[in-house]
Ligand binder design. Sequence first.
Ligand code: UD1
Length: 339
Amino acid sequence: MKKILVTGGLGYIGSHTVVALQETGFEVVVVDNLSNASIDVLVGIESITGKAPQFERLELRDKSAVADFFQSHPDLDGVIHFAASKAVGESVENPLLYYENNIHSLVYLLQNCKEYDVPNLIFSSSCTVYGEPDALPITENAPIKEATSPYGNTKQINEEIIKDTCVASKLQAISLRYFNPIGAHETAHIGELPVGVPQNLVPFITQTAVGLREKLLVFGNDYPTKDGSCIRDYIHVVDLAEAHVVALQRLLDGKNKNSFEVFNVGTGKGSSVLEVITAFEETTGISLFYEITDRRSGDVVSVYADTTQANKTLGWKAKKTMEEALASAWKWEQKIRNQ
Ligand code: UD1
């Protein structure tokens, strides 16, 4: 049985990926510093898979703690690295936190991968590296634009660090550039747990529907799009989790063509904010209270993936619909509010 380290494995995408790994037959070791995740997520994972993964609370910014961790787990076959700070606004206010958290952690991880001969890495990247794209859908060859936030910059720098390390060592890596993950596991045992007021669209929608927020603000309806609101590629988190397992298997089987590969992970379909609201209303039968307001600074107009590489080269394709994703997000929201 292959043993995989998942950093940030109790977070939103991490926890769904741990489930997918365990269901595929991997042995999983999770580390998380619990800064933005609850220890209860372990129970959720166990409820789905019948087995809690090994867990260690670990601060990846602590170089000696990371070294100690690898020393006590010298038999890892691969790493999936999720642990990172991810709030765009917070990164503008506190860039050094983002540079320390997202850059140091990766460097310490890679140093130990080299030291302990762990050759396979899947990295959690973002479509934010493309900025405002010149052409749609976005292919992996689209230029990397100057980052619009420190958060986005850390993703660009992280990819460069990994790429350079692949050249200079035995490391094989795949960077997955996520579009907009939404939804929850169909059992509602795990899902997204935003701390404080959600910044992202779907948690804000479900919190409004459940009565926690008064109304949803739609950031702009005067964009040059079909209905004036921004377009994104919303992907079910369970499909996204599956992409990690497929990417890891590609490395383990030695099927990768280069030591550093990049794949877009999206559905290939762009949906506007107003379309997401309508889909939520139709799926749940709830009428959502929303208002149009000013544009949000830093938002790009339209972003959706060209998924040809993911489909043909990686052999992965998103299967779930927007309606399934919204229904699962709503089921999860209701569950956590009724606990
Ligand atoms: C952005 C980044 C993504 C990053 C994520 C982290 C891009 C294209 N995407 O996602 O890579 O991982 O931040 O948080 O840079 N909206 C509203 N009202 C709300 C909330 C959102 O109208 O209350 C709108 C936004 O204006 C946007 C859409 O909904 O058009 C999606 O927003 P959000 O969920 O925050 O994701 P992104 O900003 O696309």
